[in-house]
Design a binder for this molecule. Sequence first.
Ligand code: C2E
Ligand code: SIN
Ligand code: SIN
Ligand code: FE
Length: 394
Amino acid sequence: MASDAHIQTRFGAPPVQPPPVVSTQRLAALQAFNARLVCMTVDETSYEEVVRGVGRVVGCDSCALFLHDGSSEELELKASVGHDGVEPGLRVRFDDAASIHAQAFREEYLVHVDDLREQPGMAGIDKDMASVLVMPVISNRGPVGVFEFASRTPEAFGPEDIGLCSMAVDQMAYSLENMRLVGELSLTRDAVIRGMAVLAEIRDPCIGGHLSRICAYAGYLAERLFGRMGYHEVTREFIEAISRSAALHDVGKVGIPDAILLKPAKLTDREFKVMKTHTLLGGQLLQGLIQDFGEYTVITMGADVAASHHEWWDGTGYPAELAGREIPLAARIVAICDVYDALTSKRVYKEAWTQADTTNEMMSKAGVQFDPELLKVFLADPAALEAIRLKFAD
Ligand code: C2E
Ligand code: SIN
Ligand code: SIN
Ligand code: FE
């Protein structure tokens, strides 16, 4: 009976219980897998490698990755391991009432069944499997597919396994999104690896959450500007591009020493001077990519964003002391999203602020630090901002 499939977690909502402790050994395996993911190139065989990698980390009998095929209302099996006679290309319709894969995708819920063989109303993809865990794969653009973990043994997945699976899937969602973006750049393999390595080397914890949120906030603000008088620069392409290039704002932090980047206290003036160079470094790095591999909107915009996201509207920011509309629009947008996310998040050097405190602080800097018109549009709907924060909570 369907009631036996319990929904464990509502993605996007705070967990009801603290996440279970995952053993160091398994975390190390996950970390090693993450390191491989960031070096991966984009083609159909990478799905197989992703699925194999996740399977090894979790140590279950079989795994499968389904992605939403944009042109239909179906999930398509991209790769699986440990399932006999299940071939890539298998499709599941979203509205298939019996399919636990469709259910997990539709409801953006984790579906966990202790023994599928005892559930005549529910369909998996392999009759040999008893315990099945299906998790939605959610990138910063929303749900993109589902990942299935399965085992021949009933009740194989305990809280620790579920915690680990969820971390592996989150990491994978982030990497799949990067692979997809990078794939669209149609750059060479070298550029892919270099770009990913750069992103990966930013050693700040919680980076995935921060990057996803900042992209979501930036896309959200750009969306709200779309069609507004005076913002003809904000086309559909601009919105698409900024939703990606926002992630590149701090790539220059790769060049900042740990002692400064990770200092759990206020920076001295001298340290802050070094820290400020992350803007120039990031701009140069992306300009370098453009020189080596050609113009591409996301990277060109990323270079603007990286270089100018700490400029202030009144001209007192850094590194170039640009003022007002001299600051590229994309950078003015990201400046707002970056500070909003920095304030509402915990950092090594500070606690998270409430939304009200954040809004007040930012409003007091309208026309000083921030483009006042953009800020007003951004802060107009607090519930929408809160929804984004919760959706990509660390
Ligand atoms: P970040 O942590 O991502 O912060 C981005 C921006 O958010 C900051 O740019 C600043 O404009 C704003 N922000 C963050 N926290 C606060 C706050 O408590 N109050 C106010 N009013 N604004 C805040 P900023 O200042 O140019 O800093 C750039 C980066 O430098 C920061 O990025 C962070 O990585 C580093 N940083 C800045 N101050 C400190 C510090 O005291 N200690 C450490 N360890 N790092 C710092
Ligand atoms: C534009 O969209 O044409 C520019 C708007 C702005 O820079 O604020
Ligand atoms: C990042 O964007 O690299 C992380 C910024 C931070 O957490 O300070
Ligand atoms: Fe920055």
